[in-house]
Write a protein of this length. Structure first.
Length: 592
């Protein structure tokens, strides 16, 4: 099995974290699943037969159809429906805004508008029967926005805080609704109600409350809340901190007071503050205020790495990319802080200019030869970044010798570059060298400076483990077929030592125990298999068998029934097992 890692985007985020070298694994196959999920495209969210775990496949199918038919707006309605039920509220909101724009442009048909209204009223109708009221109210609020019913949206979102089942869904909903209605005062009062009614993560709620206090021009209240937040050893997110910094500067609060506010109960020099303030302002395109702190850094701390960064940025703004790159080269071994590494990476992107954006788009769409042509042009300066991207393209084109040359060249620039090490891992994985692949993937994980990078690195490590453990599968099956259960168990344990998160291996372990009439031992392994993959159909069947043999009729009944439910959802036929399960269910119910 080959791991396909697609470069989606080098994300320039709002806030001083800035650059995430996000290589997104978009096609890791699920080897652990005993079945393949069916593709359900346009299904009602209210049909009981659709299980929550199916919505990912629905979403993928709908996005594919939208790519082929971008003006088929009924598909967007279905996609919003799926996003909402899958709790992907940000994505749902993005599509809602798009449809709202299309509606304002009179691009939606009467049929489209009726579909939107029907979705809205259906959720309203069913909400009184559903348990998770808070998430239902969030759904209604989002759909009310699309129906231009802002008063209803605010009322729904206020109701969502009265019975919170997932505070992050509600927080997300509050932010979405009140950013859209721009009723910032009511947003603050809603957060106050949230805090009074729920034993939630008060720090998390306060962060968002502070943001809306700032948006409603209540700086003093925001500063008071911020002081409490710092006392609790927490801090604002970067976009919230930017709003606070901007508000303080615009209120003519001097730099010393701002520094004391930001670094209360925290370690941090005046230079740290200047550099953080510069980054926040510059990344939010507030160039005039950013220049104020840039000048202070160069004047008061001329020998610092921060001052060198400022010089490099000024050179980039003047179009002197080669001189700027020379400064960055000199900084490579002097930087270690996360914000410095982020800025370094972001400047590499800026030096590459508009051509670099084109490269990313080409790689994301699979046009690797065209991306290489641009990366080899004179308009892009050679760096660890360009080496890593060229290596990625050559790996996808299966030109492994050229890929290795690019990877080795990248090492001469920066051996500790995250993206380079991640691509080394993929190179060795494609060449069936799991040991070296794991070494580089683990190094990439240790070099990660944000959650995106850590998640991607971990997924690569998991995939490598899965591939290596998968080499035991044929031998395990052969041992089971020949009833050599001792050898089968030895092979299973060896494979699990490599990939301890394999549902498939725990399934084999349970099967091996059942074959030896070790029913109690089999239940533990099969439970673990289902914990790792709740859609492992056969694990449910054999759990039913194990409990049946242990005379635990209710447990057996539950798992036989769940097995049949999963068969129905996934259109997977295990005729003999299905007949056996139905017969046992009927008999158990008669006994009961």
């Amino acid at each position: 099995m080959k791991l396909k890692i697609c470069l989606l985007l080098l994300i320039l985020s709002v806030g001083y974290e800035s650059l995430a070298n996000a290589i997104i694994d978009r096609s890791l196959p699920n080897r652990n699943s005993a079945i393949n999920k069916s593709s359900i495209v346009h299904s009602s969210i209210f049909e009981d037969k659709i299980q929550e775990q199916d919505y990912e496949s629905i979403i993928n199918d709908l996005n594919n159809q939208i790519n082929e038919n971008p003006e088929e707006y009924s598909l967007y309605v279905s996609l919003i429906e799926a996003y909402i039920k899958n709790k992907n509220y940000n994505e749902a909101y993005d599509k809602l805004l798009f449809l709202k724009y299309m509606k304002d442009q009179d691009k939606l048909s009467d049929e489209n508008n009726e579909e939107i209204k029907k979705l809205y009223f259906n959720i309203s109708k069913y909400s009184k029967y559903l348990r998770q009221k808070s998430s239902i109210y969030v759904e209604l609020a989002l759909l009310a926005i699309l129906n231009d019913n802002y008063i209803a949206a605010e009322n729904y979102i206020k109701n969502s805080v009265k019975n919170v089942t997932n505070q992050y869904i509600v927080i997300n909903g509050i932010n979405i609704v009140f950013e859209n209605t721009q009723n910032y005062i009511d947003a603050v009062s809603t957060y106050n109600l949230f805090l009074s009614l729920n034993k939630a993560n008060t720090n998390e709620v306060k962060k968002h409350k502070i943001y809306f206090l700032l948006k409603s021009n209540n700086l003093n209240a925001a500063l008071s809340e911020y002081s409490d937040l710092l006392q609790n050893n927490d801090d604002l997110y970067s976009y919230q901190k930017y709003e606070l910094l901007k508000a303080m500067i615009e209120s003519n609060i001097n730099d010393k007071k701002i520094y004391e506010t930001f670094y209360k109960n925290k370690d941090g020099s005046l230079l740290n503050f200047y550099f953080e303030a510069y980054n926040l302002l510059e990344e939010n395109k507030n160039n005039d205020l950013a220049k104020h702190y840039a000048d202070k850094i160069v004047k008061e701390f001329p020998d610092s790495t921060s001052a060198e960064f400022i010089k490099a940025i000024n050179l980039i703004n003047q179009g002197k990319n080669i001189e700027a790159y020379n400064i960055l080269n000199s900084l490579r071994n002097r930087i270690s802080a996360e914000d410095e590494i982020n800025l370094f990476n972001r400047l590499l992107v800026l030096i590459s200019g508009d051509n670099f954006s084109e490269v990313l788009g080409l790689i994301d769409q699979g046009y690797y030869k065209q991306a290489i042509e641009i990366l080899n042009s004179k308009n892009i300066i050679e760096s660890e970044l360009t080496s890593a991207l060229k290596a990625k393209c050559y790996i996808e084109l299966n030109q492994m010798q050229k890929a290795l040359e690019c990877l080795n060249k990248g090492l001469t620039y920066n051996p500790n570059y995250y993206l380079l090490n991640l691509n080394f891992a993929e190179y060795y994985q494609r060449n069936d060298n799991c040991e070296l692949a794991r070494k580089y993937a683990e190094k990439a994980y240790n070099l990660s400076i944000n959650d995106i990078q850590r998640d991607v690195s971990q997924s690569v490590i998991n995939s490598i483990n899965e591939i290596e453990a998968g080499k035991y599968t044929n031998k395990i099956n052969s041992a089971l077929d020949s009833q050599n259960y001792e050898e089968a168990m030895r092979l299973i344990d060896a494979a699990l030592s490599i990939d301890p998160n394999s549902s498939e291996l725990y399934f084999y372990k349970g099967l091996c125990n059942i074959a030896q009439s070790n029913y109690a031992e089999s239940t533990a392994a099969l439970y673990k298999s289902i914990e790792l993959d709740e859609n492992n159909v056969l694990a449910h069947f054999y759990l039913g068998v194990a409990f049946d043999n242990l005379s635990e009729e209710q447990n057996a009944l539950n798992y036989y029934e769940r097995f049949l439910q999963l068969l129905a959802v996934d259109e997977y036929q295990e005729t003999e097992k299905a007949e056996y399960a139905r017969a046992r269910i009927q008999k158990i119910k008669k006994i009961k």
